[in-house]
Design a protein. Structure first.
Length: 196
């Protein structure tokens, strides 16, 4: 039988097989996370992205921009609240700053805005209708169950919206309703990520 190797020895052997990291890889490992932190600061603290990026040398800036763009793209979401709307605007403004192909970015943004408008307009109506329909369905089922158990339904008030089963079904339905928007938004985010 061969020698038993420690985890450290095995890891060292694997690292030797991979070879040494190139200067390019080391720069990427160092500055992409720095760009990610810069993007988070840009969204939360309203720092000036142009000024912050100007502090980096050209050969490093591309990695910082890559980190910034990744985080900003991930922060574009369905406008479910005013906070999300503000973050979306901030992220989209920031991407316009770091991407060089402004026309392609604006092209994707126009499609994204249409999704957002639909989500807030007709999507909101769909969600309200679905909620009321689910609520009526649950009320009917609960009334029927109570009537079968007690024989009558006199004077019993049911607040189905507080029932855990109702809330769970509503969450599932909401995810299903939002999925079409999320799928399209994810496609647009991939398009944004591909733009230089």
């Amino acid at each position: 039988m061969g020698d038993i190797k420690s985890a450290m020895e095995i890891a060292m052997e694997k690292a030797e097989k991979l070879g040494k990291a190139t200067d390019e890889e080391r720069l990427k490992w160092k500055y992409v996370p720095e760009g990610e932190r810069l993007a988070a600061r840009y969204i939360k603290q309203d720092c000036n992205l142009v000024v912050e990026l100007s502090q980096y040398e050209e050969n490093i800036k591309k990695y910082v921009i890559q980190g910034v763009a990744d985080v900003l793209t991930r922060n574009i979401n369905l406008p479910k609240s005013n906070l999300v709307k503000r973050i979306n605007k901030r992220a989209m403004d920031g991407l316009k700053i770091v991407k060089s192909d402004k026309a392609s970015v604006e092209n994707v943004y126009s499609k994204t805005r249409r999704i957002f408008e639909h989500y807030v307009g007709q999507g909101e109506q769909q969600r309200k209708q679905a909620y009321e329909s689910l609520k009526a369905e649950f009320e009917a089922k609960m009334k029927q169950a109570i009537q079968q158990q007690l024989g009558s339904f006199v004077g019993i008030r049911i607040d189905v919206e507080r029932q855990p089963q109702f809330q769970e079904e509503w969450r599932k339905l909401l995810i299903q309703l939002d999925s079409q928007y999320v799928r399209l938004l994810d496609e647009y985010k991939q398009e944004l990520a591909a733009i230089s």
